[in-house]
Design a protein around this ligand. Structure first.
Ligand SMILES: C[S@@+](CC[C@H](N)C(=O)[O-])C[C@H]1O[C@@H](n2cnc3c(N)ncnc32)[C@H](O)[C@@H]1O
Length: 230
């Protein structure tokens, strides 16, 4: 018979201790300090998407531990974290609610409007979700409110945009040249898949095209998408 799993509370406590005391965490703090020198935005809240199930998936537990660490760093109380993943179990939801986090019930497919300075925590989410996030916030005012911890979006573009990237991530192709990114340390020996290829990113506002530029036209992106899909 397989050994009985410990409760999530115990497993998370262990993961948080392991993360805190790891060499990786020291390297992460160096990266975060470098990021904060470049990005002066102070997030007031968090949108956390696509963690995966905390009870079933070890990388999700380490990612949550990192998020809690970041919130302490930015002085964001846990009540100001909204989280959603369709795979959250009852145990996951109860655990997150027990931390005073808001567990969303509606699937917004990452279309969260950033009214206040926000850390959007989306580790290893799929490309269309990043595109949706940018689409709903496709204005100077909203983009200025975004710090994104997510995949290295540059990879999609640099590796030569495939038809899929052109159709599912048209805004990613547009925004990538205007992002400033700081990579997280890559090798996390305790759980390989937790933090690989992740970056902290923000939009370099001063380098964005003027308001009348085609860049801001969303219908062009959709038109291209339709043409490519047909
Ligand atoms: C590639 S997995 C990443 C899981 C984990 N963060 C990791 O790094 O291993 C993508 C995650 O996005 C979640 N997801 C799918 N649709 C979603 C939606 N509409 N909103 C938020 N998360 C979603 C999936 O359930 C899955 O947990």
């Amino acid at each position: 018979m397989p050994p009985k799993r410990k409760p999530l509370t115990e497993r998370m406590a262990q993961v948080e201790r392991d993360l805190e005391t790891s060499d990786w965490c020291t390297l992460f703090h160096d990266a975060l300090s470098a990021f904060e020198k470049r990005c002066t935005l102070k997030p007031k809240k968090v949108v956390c998407l696509g963690l995966g199930s905390l009870s079933d998936w070890a990388p999700a537990r380490y990612q949550l531990a990192l998020l809690l660490r970041l919130c302490r760093n930015f002085d964001i109380p846990t009540e100001r974290i909204e989280a959603f993943d369709p795979v959250f179990t009852k145990e996951d939801t109860e655990y997150l609610a027990g931390l005073d986090m808001q567990v969303a019930t509606e699937d917004m497919e990452a279309r969260y409007e950033l009214i206040d300075p926000t850390l959007v925590f989306m580790p290893h989410c799929d490309l269309p979700f990043y595109n949706n996030l940018f689409e709903i916030n496709w204005s100077r005012e909203r983009l200025a409110n975004m710090i994104l911890l997510g995949n290295n979006l540059d990879d999609y573009v640099v590796s030569g945009p495939t038809k899929r990237v052109q159709s599912k991530g048209p805004l990613i192709m547009k925004i990538v040249p205007h992002l400033s990114a700081t990579s997280l340390p890559n090798k996390f020996p305790l759980e390989d898949a937790a933090f690989n290829d992740l970056q902290l990113q923000f939009v370099k506002m001063s380098e964005l095209p003027p308001e009348e530029d085609e860049f801001w036209k969303l219908d062009i992106a959709s038109g291209e998408k339709d043409a490519l899909a047909s």
